[in-house]
Design a binder for this molecule. Structure first.
Ligand code: 5GP
Length: 177
């Protein structure tokens, strides 16, 4: 049986996302931004963040797969779905659920920079700073968290738990660290 322990409540998330939206609104005042969500984990964060940005906002999505099992990254990232619209000359905010080793965002950043956006920023709800192997950091970061496997608010374990309103630590009965 999986054991779930709340790490960040829905109220804490809502307050933080509002703050992040305010900062983005101020930083890009008078301009438009494209939020690029990394499927599927960032969808709920993107939906909430978008409504806290008081600018001309559009969405796009990118999908990557990383090899290895559900809880361990192998270090290889592959592009499964590219953006639909060109990012050239646009203000891009890459929206990700969690920054862990940094491999995924380092890869996506490289893909997006090749199309010469006007600006490219990273918004990550969660940041496991202690796990970082790449020199990449978020421009808008919600919460720094310890090295625990978390689910909820878009984050899954084997596609489950994405719909939990809070971010929870998952202690699984089998197959976890
Ligand atoms: P990175 O490439 O930075 O190591 O990993 C980023 C991706 O790993 C995230 O987008 C997410 O899919 C996955 N990931 C890393 N840590 C966790 C975690 O604690 N829980 C879940 N559900 N996914 C995680």
């Amino acid at each position: 049986m999986d054991k779930l322990t709340v790490l960040i409540t829905r109220e804490q998330i809502a307050a933080k996302v509002a703050e992040m939206g305010k900062r983005i609104t101020a930083d890009f005042a008078g301009e438009s931004v494209v939020l690029i969500g990394v499927l599927k984990g960032a969808t709920i964060f993107l939906a909430d963040l978008a409504r806290q940005i008081k600018l001309d906002v559009s969405f796009d999505f990118i999908a990557v797969s990383s090899y290895g099992n559900a809880k361990q990254q192998s270090g290889e990232v592959k592009l499964m779905k590219d953006v639909d619209q060109s990012t050239e000359g646009k203000n891009i905010i890459l929206v990700e659920d969690i920054l862990d080793t940094g491999l995924t965002l380092t890869y996506i950043k490289k893909v997006l920079l090749a199309h010469q956006p006007k600006a490219l920023k990273i918004a990550a709800l969660l940041d496991k700073v202690s796990r970082r192997t790449e020199s990449i950091q978020g421009d808008y970061v919600g919460f720094e968290i310890p090295d625990e496997f978390v689910v909820g608010y878009g984050l899954d374990f084997a596609e489950r738990y994405r719909n939990l309103p809070d971010v929870c630590v998952l202690e699984s009965g089998s197959g976890t660290r």
